[in-house]
Design a protein around this ligand. Structure first.
Ligand code: GDP
Length: 315
């Protein structure tokens, strides 16, 4: 059962807003949110004040400094520091102020670079990390472990979900710093608008990635928050993957771009494959509902709407 009130940290982001949309359909639950201007989660004293005054019972921690392969490689200091500070402040303030359940968002990109595929939960820390996002991974592993240790040492239900690559409404469409799906949607859309004969995607196009619609993740998060004995961390994905080149073809088909798709091997590929084993979460009664093709179509429609209304995130 989800105990109200629920504080959704990071409600403005893609995951947090999807969780809030889902919680809005549950009239018995009071939802608390704060913008970054109102509450800077990196600032321990602000976080302590917020928790002692507002006393949430449940926390869904969807706040993080995130970015694609380029941003992660360029700003490792900020990815490590900002994420660690937010996690430490929020988990500690939660414990001090009686939060009984804390759902921490990890990510499958914190598994080792050459994790056995499909990736099971016990691959965490089994071998070296992927270099391009090591700083983010170290911060997220620390947060996940902190939740596990609190649960082990103090008996509170602090646990984590490990989503695979996400996409959906409210994504970040920055041309360099975004993840691959929004990056491609924007690049291919702009190529079509200009009438270009070709579009170039990053890397060799051969890496394999799995994609989960963020509404499916929100559904999984609330499902996990209902469990009396959730796993310490659990993968959330589809267990289906696609090559980056095939993904570009799907995006081009959705957008109606008929030009050539070229690759640029001078850009990094990142980890060769990242497919999750979702046996554990499926055994608890959850499964994804949104298929990739259908999800790309609805996400492209959202992209167009966000662009028309001047609300496209691009930072
Ligand atoms: P990753 O899953 O952590 O590696 O991060 P990304 O989502 O940024 O990249 C996934 C893969 O897509 C990598 O192999 C990238 O080289 C490739 N890729 C192709 N085109 C793009 C693009 O426009 N943006 C991004 N971010 N990645 C791209």
């Amino acid at each position: 059962m989800i105990v109200s009130p629920v504080f959704v940290a990071g409600h403005g982001g893609m995951v947090g807003s999807a969780v809030c949309r889902r919680l809005a359909t549950m009239p018995d639950i009071e939802v608390m949110t704060r913008s970054r201007g109102e509450l800077d989660l990196c600032e321990e004293s602000q976080v302590n004040d917020f928790f002692s005054k507002n006393r949430p019972a449940t926390v869904i921690f969807a706040s993080a400094k995130v970015g694609g392969i380029h941003a992660n490689k360029t700003f490792p200091v900020e990815f490590l520091t900002d994420n660690l500070r937010q996690e430490l402040a929020t988990v500690h303030a939660s414990f001090r102020n009686g939060v009984g359940r804390f759902l921490f968002l990890g990510s499958t990109c914190i598994y080792p670079r050459l994790a056995k595929q499909p990736i099971k939960e016990d691959e965490l820390l089994a071998s070296p990390l992927e270099q391009t996002n090591e700083a983010y991974a170290i911060a997220k592993i620390a947060g996940l472990k902190l939740c596990q240790y609190f649960r082990q040492q103090y008996g509170v239900l602090y646990h984590s979900a490990m989503p695979t690559n996400l996409y959906g409404p409210g994504d970040n469409y920055h041309p360099d710093h975004s993840h691959v799906l929004p990056g491609m949607i924007r690049r291919i859309h702009e190529a079509k608008e200009r009438g270009d004969a070709s579009v170039t995607i990053w890397g060799t196009g051969t890496p394999l990635r799995e994609f989960l619609h963020v509404d499916d993740l929100a559904d999984a998060i609330l499902h996990l928050c209902h469990l009396d004995s959730p796993p310490d961390w659990v993968n959330v994905g589809t267990s289906l993957d696609v090559s980056i080149f095939e993904l570009a073809r799907l995006v081009a088909k959705t957008i109606g771009f008929q030009g050539e798709i070229r690759t640029d091997p001078s850009k990094p590929d990142g980890t060769p494959r990242k497919l999750t084993d979702t046996t554990l979460i499926r055994s608890t009664g959850w499964e994804p509902k949104i298929e990739l093709e259908q999800g790309i179509v609805s996400t492209y429609q959202c992209f167009l709407k966000e662009q028309d209304s001047g609300k496209l995130r691009s930072k």
